[in-house]
Write a protein that binds this ligand. Structure first.
Ligand SMILES: [Zn+2]
Ligand SMILES: [Zn+2]
Length: 338
């Protein structure tokens, strides 16, 4: 079967490998039809993904079809189209026992820590398959990316009408904006890139967009009638931005770190205490988030049409991949047909 392997940073090979023919207890064989490319894949290609080993078959945002499956509690059957939750958890650690499977102590992400979906057929746990009878294969491949935003918004417990500032209008920040709006927030987008802000306003109908810079704080204060937002998401993974994010919060507000960087975040404790702020981290997503996303797309609350800006096939991906690293190409999400 067709397989693409990332051999070392910057070097993919297109090859053929043997397709799996059997599957274990609680598993299924699936045909991978669509693969979304995300920041993790780009970082791995650049050689900048922490704790990453080569060679690796990438692909963790998957739109698949069930090829072979045993009896299962979900009632999944051959031919069902599914999104794949790529977070393989142990089921027994303290995080798993508390239902926080996204934080499993021995979490392995399919396509990151183990070989993923850039091949025609893979074996996956049945409980990581999320079926939809309505979504296209492309939409199913987007669910994982959206999951990061959906989970971040779930962590924030937004109340309708709250102002939510989303710092960073990359694919993760855009997901946060869509789910925050679905939760009833009055969203303000903040980014250094005017083109991305225009995308937020035109495509995602985000009501307010602010260009990062010295006047941003005053602009945001004016937009919120002097209050400042009670929710701030930082989806930049940028140390300076995460440090500055505290300044945008109203008293009693919540700051949610969506992006991460390898280093320390510091903040002034008196300011933190005076406003009685809440600081939250968020990572990955849970099965419940996946079901929530499928429901919101199926019912038209979340529109996935603006997301896919670039497409390739298994045969053309290697040539096109480097261009997806360039912000100038306006890439939001590239999807590979396999
Ligand atoms: Zn991803
Ligand atoms: Zn666990």
């Amino acid at each position: 079967m067709k397989t693409i392997i990332l051999e070392t940073p910057g070097q993919f090979t297109f090859t053929h490998t043997f397709a799996p023919e059997t599957f274990g207890e609680g598993e299924a064989l699936v045909r991978v039809w669509r693969i979304g490319i995300c920041g993790t894949d780009l970082h791995a290609y650049r050689g900048r993904q922490p704790f990453f080993t080569y060679p690796r078959i990438l692909g963790h945002e998957l739109g698949v079809e069930v090829l072979a499956i045993g009896d299962n509690p979900q009632g999944l059957k051959v031919g069902d189209k599914c999104a794949v939750e790529p977070y393989l958890n142990c089921g027994t650690c303290i995080a798993c026992r508390r239902g926080r499977t996204n934080c499993c102590a021995s979490l392995k992400v399919l396509g990151v820590h183990t070989d993923g979906g850039m091949r025609e057929i893979i074996c996956v746990p049945v409980n990581k398959l999320h079926r939809s009878e309505k979504l296209s294969l492309e939409q199913l491949a987007l669910v994982e990316t959206l999951g990061i935003g959906a989970h971040a918004v779930q962590r924030a417990q937004i109340e309708a009408g709250e102002y939510a500032l989303v710092i960073g209008a990359g694919p993760i920040g855009l997901g946060v904006m869509q789910f925050a709006q679905a939760a009833g927030a009055n969203v303000i987008a903040l980014d250094v890139n005017a083109q991305r802000l225009a995308f937020c306003q035109q495509q995602l109908k985000v009501p307010h967009a602010v260009l990062a810079g010295e006047s941003a704080l005053n602009t945001i204060r004016d937009l919120t009638e002097g209050d400042l937002p009670t929710i701030v998401f930082d989806a930049t993974g940028n140390a300076e931005s995460m440090h500055r994010a505290f300044q945008f919060l109203a008293p009693t507000g919540k700051l949610i770190f969506v992006g991460l960087f390898l280093g320390d975040v510091t903040f002034a404790d008196p300011d933190f205490h005076r406003r009685e702020l809440t600081l939250l981290a968020t990572r990955n997503a849970t099965s419940a988030d996946f079901r929530h996303i499928l429901h919101l797309i199926e019912t038209g609350v979340i529109d996935t049409n603006p997301w896919i800006t670039h497409q390739a096939t298994a045969e053309t991906m290697i040539e096109q991949f480097p261009s997806w690293l360039q912000a100038e190409t306006g890439v939001i999400k590239a999807v590979v047909s396999f």
